[in-house]
Design a protein around this ligand. Structure first.
Ligand SMILES: [Zn+2]
Length: 264
């Protein structure tokens, strides 16, 4: 007899297994990433069909399998339905799903801090669903990116030099030197010895991201009301490139979306 277990999980991806069944990739509170078969989910009258949609969080009972588990029961906890009404919310939520999918395999994360990561994804989807404009969506995304990387042990150090580890004296009106290879900022001494590629990040961006890294997801920052979309876009591109570099691959969701927009 197959062993069963219960957990709460958020759907990150689903695809057909055959004419009747789907495979769902989920992030669970107790086991991290799991893949399970949703039997009969493609049949028109199946209750499972709605529950395996992207981003839905379910309370589940599953049967353990060798490669794939099987969903025995699913009861939705939150459908985050407002994510699906808006292309920005949808695409950035898919970006989160892609990141979790890419980084939460054993290759990257052995800490088993599943509970923390689960709450982070849940909270991010809740905040994105409730966002009133694109700037608010980007703000949630940045908080997610910074916290997610720090939970995986790859949090960015916004204060110290990535090489000599000394605190850098940043000039607020200037830009700071950053190396994607070194995965961090460089002080004036270390930059002279470094022959690789660096980019300049404005200190306002660095200071803002530093503040985001120190506060709780739910707390407001002193920047909340006055941030422009353009500024947030710059912060997001910087974080996205940092993360893409770590994974050695680009997140695909925005490429797919751009292509779809172009061909319309
Ligand atoms: Zn240094």
């Amino acid at each position: 007899m197959k062993k069963s277990f219960t957990t709460e999980a958020i759907n990150l991806k689903n695809y057909p297994l055959n004419d009747n069944d789907n495979i769902v990739v989920m992030f669970s509170r107790t086991k991290g990433l799991i893949r399970a078969v949703a039997k009969g989910a493609k049949r028109p009258k199946s209750k499972l069909g709605a529950r395996i949609q992207m981003f839905v969080a379910n309370q589940l009972m599953l049967f353990e399998g060798k490669n794939l588990d099987t969903i025995a029961q699913a009861q939705s906890v939150n459908t985050f339905s407002k994510i699906r009404n808006n292309l920005d919310k949808l695409s950035y939520s898919m970006y989160i799903a892609e990141l979790v999918n890419n980084f939460c395999s054993k290759q990257y994360n052995n800490d088993e801090n599943y509970q923390e990561i689960y709450s982070l994804i849940f909270c991010a989807y809740q905040k994105i669903a409730d966002s009133k404009n694109r700037a608010q969506v980007l703000f949630c995304l940045l908080k997610f990116q910074i916290k997610f990387m720090s939970y995986l042990g790859w949090g960015l150090d916004f204060v110290n030099c990535s090489q000599c580890l000394k605190e850098i004296e940043f000039d607020n009106n200037k830009s700071a030197l950053f190396s994607y290879d070194y995965k961090g900022f460089l002080c004036d001494c270390c930059k002279d010895d470094y022959l690789g590629e660096t980019i300049r990040i404005h200190n306002k961006i660095r200071a803002f991201l530093l503040e985001l890294s120190t506060i709780d997801f739910d707390k407001k920052t002193k920047y909340d009301e006055c941030l422009t979309e353009q500024f947030l876009d710059k912060c997001f591109s910087f974080m996205k490139k940092y993360i893409d570099n770590l994974a050695n691959k680009k997140t695909k969701i925005f490429e797919v979306l751009n292509r779809t927009t172009l061909t319309k």
